[in-house]
Design a protein around this ligand. Structure first.
Ligand code: RAT
Ligand code: ZN
Length: 417
């Protein structure tokens, strides 16, 4: 039991517990080994992460076509030379590569890119996943499974049997952001989802969603949305949410995850690196939660300016679960600000972070960096309690940290409202 005067022992215990507690990473873009080439790993993939691609264009001002004409290895060479050798790799995305290599036991002091390549060559994907998850202390991750993705679909159709380290999430961006295209795909798979959206088309969309949730054993359905996302509104998107997503989510008792605030293709020449951010309307989230109190909504927002309002909305709606520091917010200064704000406004009822990893080894740095910040904020909060005369035990710290690093998500995912 830690008491007033034991602050430094308590701080050490919090740091140790946060470090030693395994994570459930609730949103990644990683794939289980049976998905083959979709599982990205290795130093060339780490270096060509789209977060680093925007940085290399800033540093080189290279014509876009010239970069895209390079092979992956040449792109990685260029990024290594430009962002790691010719200047110090202090941005969060650069630092992340170094942390990941270091935690895998590679000598980052040598700056020998080819020796890092040798390390990953011929890795057995299954064994490598185990090794990386162990280095990151990640227990399991949630994939992003897009039923409209031609490359991903065959794995499901060929009887992918699941992998307890990788859960599925049904990602439905095309359906909500580009219905004409999605409905055409659905028709190709035998669903009579006409472009004229009448009640029978809606019922076919529901049948499609329900089939996919079952086939994937999806933990939740998810979408990313632009800053002008509104609800309710007189739009196809709002209709599909209210009449398809919400009932299917309720039928399977799974949450609907909304990731709000991305401006797609602000600079299309950057491809995946070309998306931006803008403030969105938290009122849309409030109205959704109010209108469907028996449904569960997981929400993360991309604009820093939305975070306080979102926390306040979280206080009003028990069916709203707030998670992660998404994408441009996944930087130490912002993670710290957001984690502190969330714990102060929402206590321990959130999941402070997800990795959004696209390359396997990224889970190492994303969690290493975030754990340090989560521990720092928690230490401070427990010390404040100690200073009042409240005591805190090791098992209470373990309970709280398990919740933050995964348990709270599982509770919400399984809750019946
Ligand atoms: O963080 C990212 O890598 C982004 O490109 C997106 O994938 C984003 O996280 C998303 O899920 O849409
Ligand atoms: Zn993502």
């Amino acid at each position: 039991m830690f008491q007033r005067g034991n602050e430094s022992a308590l701080r050490a215990a919090v740091r140790r517990t946060v470090h030693e507690t395994p994570v459930t990473d609730l949103h990644t873009h990683l794939y289980a080994p049976p998905f083959g080439a979709l599982l990205l790993y290795g130093v060339d993939e780490l270096l060509t992460y789209h977060y680093l691609i925007s940085e290399v264009f800033r540093a080189t001002r290279m014509p876009y076509d010239q970069y895209w004409a390079l092979s992956k290895r040449e792109q990685a060479d260029l990024i290594w030379k430009t962002l790691f050798i010719e200047r110090s790799p202090i941005s969060e995305a650069c630092r992340g590569v170094i942390t990941s290599l270091d935690k895998l036991g590679l000598d980052v002091g040598s700056r020998n890119l080819d020796s890092y390549r040798d390390y990953f060559a011929d890795a057995d994907p299954d064994a490598h996943v185990n090794r990386v998850f162990a280095a990151a202390n990640v227990h399991d991750v949630v994939m992003t499974n897009d039923p409209f993705d031609e490359v991903e679909r065959p794995a499901w159709e060929n009887g992918y049997a699941g992998d307890k380290r990788f859960h599925a999430a049904l990602r439905i961006d095309p359906l909500l952001n580009n219905y004409v295209y999605a409905s055409e795909m659905l028709r190709g798979w035998g669903y009579n989802s006409t472009t004229h959206v009448d009640s029978s088309a809606l019922s076919e969309v529901r049948r499609f969603l329900s089939d996919r949730v079952k086939r994937m054993n999806a933990l939740y359905m998810a979408v990313s949305l632009p800053p002008d996302f509104a609800f309710p509104e007189d739009s196809l998107r709002a209709k599909l949410i209210a009449e398809c997503i919400v009932p299917v989510a309720a039928q399977h008792n799974i949450p609907f995850a909304l990731m709000i605030g991305v401006k797609r293709a602000v600079n299309p020449a950057l491809k995946l690196a070309g998306d931006g951010v803008a403030r969105a309307d938290v009122g849309a989230v409030e109205r959704l939660c109010a209108e469907f109190p028996k449904n569960k909504f997981m929400v993360t927002m991309l604009a820093r300016e939305n975070q306080h309002e979102l926390c306040v909305a979280g206080r009003k709606f028990p069916n709203l679960f707030i998670f992660g520091c998404w994408w441009f917010l996944n930087n130490p200064s912002l993670i710290e600000e957001m984690t502190r704000m969330r714990l102060e406004l929402l206590g321990l009822s959130v999941t402070p972070q997800h990795s959004d990893a696209r390359v396997l080894e990224q889970v190492i740095y994303k969690w290493e960096h975030s754990r340090a910040i989560i521990a720092k904020v928690l230490e401070e909060k427990y010390c404040d309690l100690l200073n009042t005369g409240w005591n805190v035990s090791d098992s209470e710290i373990a309970r709280d940290v398990e919740g933050l690093l995964g348990g709270n998500f599982w509770d919400f995912q399984q809750a019946v409202l």
